[in-house]
Design a protein around this ligand. Sequence first.
Ligand SMILES: Cc1cc2nc3c(=O)[nH]c(=O)nc-3n(C[C@H](O)[C@H](O)[C@H](O)COP(=O)(O)OP(=O)(O)OC[C@H]3O[C@@H](n4cnc5c(N)ncnc54)[C@H](O)[C@@H]3O)c2cc1C
Length: 471
Amino acid sequence: MSGILTAIKLREAGFTDFAIYEKADRPGGTWRENRYPGVACDVPSHLYSYSFAPNPGWSHVYSPGPEIQAYFEDVGRRYGVTESVRFGEEVTRCAFEGGRWQLETRSGTRDEADVVIAATGVLHHPNLPDIDGLADFAGACFHSARWDDAVPLDGRRVGVVGTGSTAVQIVSALVDRVARLSLFQRTAQWIMPQQNPPYSEAEQAEFRRNPALLRHIHDELSRLFAENFSNAVVDAESPQMKLIEEACRANLEGSVRDPVLREKLRPSYRAACKRLVISPDFYEAIQKPEAELVSEPIQRVEAGGVRTRDGRLHELDVLVLATGFRADRFMRPMQVVGREGTRLDELWAERPIAYLSVSVPGFPNFFMLNGPNGPVGNFSLIEVAELQLAYILQLVELLRAGRCREVSATAEATERFDVARTEAAKKTVWTTGCRSWYLDARGIPASWPWTFDRFREEMSRPRLDAYEQVP
Ligand SMILES: Cc1cc2nc3c(=O)[nH]c(=O)nc-3n(C[C@H](O)[C@H](O)[C@H](O)COP(=O)(O)OP(=O)(O)OC[C@H]3O[C@@H](n4cnc5c(N)ncnc54)[C@H](O)[C@@H]3O)c2cc1C
């Protein structure tokens, strides 16, 4: 998503001498890798689209993953990006030497660049759980982002570890196909109800005829998301947050009949403290006779299945680890070496830091899309990346116009930003008492803690006094 976007916008801005490196053999990133049953976006598709490439053909309000993958491939082709991507090339090292970035790839290719934009993703490196005996399992076991299509599922006993957005989508998609589905829950999740009707042919035809209507829907969804969701999560006491909590509570209480199961499914923390799970049918799925919610903690995995702490063995043929991603890795393990040999790994040893999510002090002419402390969660990350890229291109313009040779955030501006965002995070719903992948080791959320409007405003124009510009 971010790489294709960058190529399109660079070309639009008149840059022709650029290269896109992609370690896989085709585009798509997240949507290429996450092929699990039920994969879909949980931001409406007309918002989860590039603003400049609306798609009249989305089949549903929230479309399935393969359609999203096809959309990115189509945009890449239509805008002439795909043929200029160097597939199968993993960048392993970027070092700022002699005023330019020296790149190395795993295959030994070397390249030189004035500017590097890291569009390497945020939910990219699978987080594998540390469960005793995992390697002893005799059946098939894989992470949800490494789905093994060769493994049959129909009529088999499938275990799913985790209860985040991915696990919930898998449970709903698989429950009618398998003999038994065991969902291993460490933490219950609030579930926001969702309507996901298909778009009729007539609606799709109207979208095709009327591009202005599609643009209007995109902008209106963006406004609604900012007002009703993005602004709610950054103010735990806001009226919008109360509405979200109420909707989740009513969903649980109105959908789950068995009081014992209902209490097992009731979280002990506030809605949206963890990334909000959105589903039209999870509660229905988990109440089916083939499904079992296992809330007893896992003790270990054995050849035959998962043994829980109460001594029970849950016999399984397939074990799916829907255990999320290492969201603090960003472009690592790529080695990034800045001015005077400063290693990003060392600078980020405790936690990733960046100014406004796009620039790191001491790493001139190096920018990130969806980097640390930007908005994540239930936003459209496409919208986030578009805003960030427009901002980055204004900095790149300083280089192109010869205003300076090197530009990177100052250490002071970065420190001020870090202090301010840490303080602002105290008001967010993410710090109201839950464990989540938003939180760093200190319990501070690594996500943008202000409103989306403020993000938009910050991204509209760089404050040049926050940047060191070397002539
Ligand atoms: C299951 C799932 C559902 C999601 N649903 C939503 C949603 O509903 N709405 C939303 O906004 N977001 C969602 N996201 C977040 C999603 O990751 C982003 O929306 C978006 O797809 C990220 O695109 P990207 O290009 O920035 O990163 P990625 O899609 O992660 O792509 C990064 C690319 O960089 C390549 N790469 C990485 N390192 C290197 C290297 N060193 N050398 C060469 N190539 C490299 C990778 O192979 C990959 O192709 C979801 C994520 C997941 C996992």
